[in-house]
Design a protein around this ligand. Structure first.
Ligand code: NAD
Length: 247
C-alpha cells in the first residue's frame, strides 16, 4: 500500500515544494489550505503538479488553527487514503511589528495559527500514527525561534514553542516508532518574504554566509530526508537551513 503525507498550508511556497518533493518520492499527497479560495487561487496548481508525478493528490480546505476543522480533515484523510504516514506542519503567517506597537490581535493570531495548529494536527494525526505504530512528523520552525528577531515577538514565540513541542512529541511518541523533528529555515524566497522591504532583505543577506537567499526546494529536500528510512534514528531535532545565517 502506498504512503500518504499531509502537508498543511501547502498551496504555495515552502509547503508546495515539500508536497511536490514527497510526490516525486511516491507519497500520495493531501494539499491543505486555509480556504477554498486559497485552493482555487494557487492550491489547484500544486495538486496538478503532484499528480503529474503519478501519485494520488487531493486538496482539503481547513483552517488548521481550528481544532474541529482539523478533526474533520484528519478523519477525511484517513477514510480516503487508509493511512497517514507523514505530517508536515507547515502552515504559518507573519504579522510583524516592533513590540511596543504590536497589537494584541496580531500577537494572538500568530500564536493561534503557527503554534496551536501544531498542537491540533500533531494530536489528531499522532493518534492515527500510534495505532499504525509508525509515522514521521516534521514541523516548520524558523531561525527566529532559535535566535529571536526584532519585529517578530509573536512569530519568534510561536516558532520557539514549536521547537519545544517537537521535543515533547518526540519523547511521547518515540517508543511507538514515530519520529518528530523540526527544520528552522533562514530567509527563503516565498510569498511570505516577498513582502519585506528592500532594506530588510539587504540586512538579512549581509548576515548569510552563502550570500544568497534559500529556495523552497532546499527546505523540501531536508524534510524529505527526515521522512525517509535514512532518518530512522533521528528524532526531537531541529535542523537549521539558513545558508549559514548564524554560527
Ligand atoms: P507562505 O505564506 O508562502 O505559505 C504559507 C501557507 O500557509 C499559505 O499558502 C497560507 O495560505 C497557508 N496558511 C496560512 N494560515 C493557514 C491556516 N490557518 N490553515 C491552513 N493554511 C494556512 O509562507 P512560506 O514562506 O512558504 O512559509 C511556510 C512555513 O515556513 C511557515 O510556517 C513559515 O513560518 C516557515 N518559514 C518560512 C521562512 C521563509 O523565509 N519563507 C523562514 C522560516 C520559516
Amino acid at each position: 500500500m502506498s504512503k500518504t503525507a499531509i502537508i498543511t498550508g501547502s498551496g504555495r511556497g515552502i509547503g508546495a515544494a515539500i508536497a511536490k518533493r514527497l510526490a516525486a518520492e511516491g507519497y500520495d499527497i493531501v494539499i491543505n489550505e486555509v480556504s477554498q479560495e486559497a485552493l482555487d487561487t494557487y492550491g489547484a496548481q500544486t495538486v496538478d503538479d503532484c499528480r503529474a508525478a503519478g501519485v494520488r493528490a487531493e486538496c482539503y480546505a481547513a483552517d488548521v488553527s481550528d481544532h474541529a476543522q482539523c478533526e474533520a480533515m484528519v478523519k477525511w484523510a484517513k477514510d480516503t487514503f487508509g493511512t497517514i504516514d507523514v505530517l508536515v506542519n507547515n502552515a504559518g503567517i507573519t504579522r510583524d511589528g516592533l513590540l511596543l506597537r504590536m497589537s494584541e490581535e496580531n500577537y494572538d493570531d500568530v500564536i493561534r495559527i503557527n503554534q496551536k495548529s501544531v498542537f491540533n494536527m500533531t494530536k489528531l494525526v499522532g493518534a492515527v500514527m500510534l495505532r499504525q505504530k509508525s509515522g514521521r512528523i516534521v514541523n516548520l520552525a524558523s531561525v527566529a525561534g532559535l535566535y529571536g528577531n526584532p519585529g517578530q515577538m509573536n512569530y519568534s514565540a510561536s516558532k520557539g514553542a514549536i521547537i519545544a513541542m517537537t521535543k515533547t512529541a518526540a519523547k511521547e511518541l518515540g517508543s511507538r516508532g514515530i519520529t518528530v523533528n523540526a527544520v528552522a529555515p533562514g530567509f527563503i524566497q516565498t510569498p511570505m518574504t516577498d513582502k519585506l522591504t528592500d532594506e530588510q532583505k539587504a540586512a538579512m543577506l549581509a548576515q548569510i554566509a552563502m550570500k544568497r537567499y534559500g529556495q523552497p526546494e532546499e527546505i523540501a529536500s531536508v524534510v524529505a530526508f527526515l521522512c525517509s528510512d535514512d532518518a530512522s534514528y533521528v528524532t526531537g531535532q531541529t535542523i537549521e537551513i539558513s545558508g549559514g545565517l548564524s554560527m
